[in-house]
Write a protein that binds this ligand. Structure first.
Ligand code: HEM
Length: 428
């Protein structure tokens, strides 16, 4: 074990851009300094573990190429081999994770096409436009609660716990037709499970992830069984009874994976958009003034937040066959890491890339929602929620200010805030 830790540290020192480097608390606070060290003219930064790209064009090309597919790995990848063996001996995993096969996020066509088609209609721009008003109501109800809580506690509240996390989980629960009353429990399960996005988990974290996923899985299975008996007119009931073009219904595993992914992706990322947006606006009062003067800038501001502080920092692909990317030969099976957050600060695409500018003309050219066939299914919903949530917050409380230092999430791939203490009115 000690030897492994030494080896990891040696690789970190050599600038190997894998998860262990990003786990360093200093790097985690400001991963961009680390990403910038990888920004050489070469398409990929090396690395024994995988090739890594921080370039906008390389990331986009790989994501759009059918020479590459999803990694489709499982949560034990990256664990020390002896622990993986122990897990295998312990028997099959009981739960279906939202990002494990057969989740659409983890598979290639033709399965991907089939799963995605089943749910995509619910998330088109038109479907989302119909949700805007309801999202505004949810935002204002939560802000009423926030105001009451602030009055009771002397002015301070945690923006993440009381607003940024509750809004998206409430919206996606209503869309899918799962009980909104369980939202705090859903958040707790998801919080416990999200470290599984990162590789190289400790044994303890891994057990914790499995416990949370297991409980979420059990609840979801029960819920889907109830819907099979008594379908409603919600999205999940539709899925339960849906058949693909060949008339073959989803298997239980496929149904579970699809439901869990859409549900989990529906709030675990958007919370970070709202939190990152609030934190950026606290730090940039001039940008905040621009938005107050011209609210039509809000949609662009949301894209600028996604660009500058991307909630999903990176993704990866595996070569399905031998190929070449920007002159670099890639062997079949090779792993490629795409640092979306760094591509979003590519100076060849974005002027003054590290600046926060809500009037930036091409803010929307970011790849925070990925690109190609796995382009975020919920992008329109996320943009709408981010805009409604941030605008309602800053318009309702023009004096809103950070109160003390927040705490960042400990995850590597997801970037956001675990807590952001705020004061609704300035301290007297
Ligand atoms: C896929 C980001 C919100 C559902 C993705 C991917 C990214 C992403 C980067 C693709 C990953 C890859 O290419 O490997 C985000 C961000 C969000 C957000 C930054 C919020 C700010 C949402 C919401 C939903 C959602 C609200 C709810 C429906 C999905 C689904 C996929 C996906 C189902 C898989 C699509 C596929 O594999 O075809 N998202 N997402 N996301 N997202 Fe989002």
């Amino acid at each position: 074990h000690g030897a492994m830790r030494l080896a990891i540290r040696a690789r970190a020192r050599a600038g190997n851009p894998d998860a262990e480097v990003l786990r360093d608390p200093v790097v985690r606070e400001d991963p961009h300094a680390h990403y910038e060290r990888l920004r050489t003219p070469a398409p990929f930064a090396g690395g024994a573990f995988a090739r890594v790209s921080v370039h906008h064009d390389v990331c986009t090309d790989v994501l759009r190429s059918d020479d590459f597919g999803q990694i489709g790995g499982n949560r034990t990848e990256g664990l020390p081999p002896v622990l993986r063996l122990a897990l295998r001996l312990a028997g099959p995993r009981p739960s279906v994770g939202p990002i494990d096969p057969p989740s659409m996020l983890a598979v290639d066509p033709p399965d991907h096409t089939r799963y995605r088609r089943l749910v995509s209609r619910a998330f088109t721009a038109r479907a989302v436009a119909r949700l805007r008003e309801r999202t505004g109501e949810i935002a204002h109800d939560l802000l009423d609660d926030l105001e009451r809580e602030a009055a009771a506690t002397g002015g301070q509240v945690d923006l993440v716990a009381r607003y940024a996390s509750l809004l998206p989980v409430t919206v996606i629960s209503e869309v899918l037709g799962v009980p909104v009353a369980m939202r705090e429990q859903f958040l707790a399960w998801a919080d416990g499970a999200t470290p599984s996005l990162d590789m190289g988990l400790s044994w303890r974290t891994h057990r914790e992830v499995e416990r949370n996923l297991g409980e979420l899985d059990a609840w979801f299975r029960g819920h889907l069984r109830r819907l099979r008996r008594e379908p409603g007119d919600d999205l999940l009931s539709g899925l339960v009874t849906a058949a693909d073009d060949d008339g073959a219904a989803l298997t239980e595993q496929e149904l579970m994976a699809t439901a869990a992914l859409v549900f989990g992706a529906g709030f675990e990322t958007t919370v970070n958009l709202v939190g990152n947006g609030a934190a950026l606006l606290f730090a940039h009062p001039a940008q905040r003034r621009l938005l107050a003067e011209d609210p039509s800038l809000w949609p662009n501001a949301v894209d600028e937040v996604l660009r500058l502080e991307s909630p999903v920092q990176r993704t990866g692909r595996r070569a399905r066959r031998a190929t070449e990317v920007h002159g670099v030969p890639i062997a079949e099976g090779d792993l490629v890491l795409l640092v979306l957050a760094a591509a979003n600060r590519d100076p060849r695409v974005f002027d003054d890339p590290h600046a926060f500018d809500v009037t930036r003309r091409n803010a929307r050219d970011h790849v925070a929602f990925s690109s190609g066939i796995h382009f975020c299914l919920g992008a329109a919903l996320a943009r709408m929620e981010g805009e409604v949530a941030l605008r309602a917050l800053f318009e309702r409380f023009p004096d809103l200010a950070a109160a003390g230092t927040g705490r960042r999430r400990s995850t590597v791939i997801l970037r956001g805030w675990e807590s952001l203490p705020v004061a609704l009115t300035p301290a007297l």
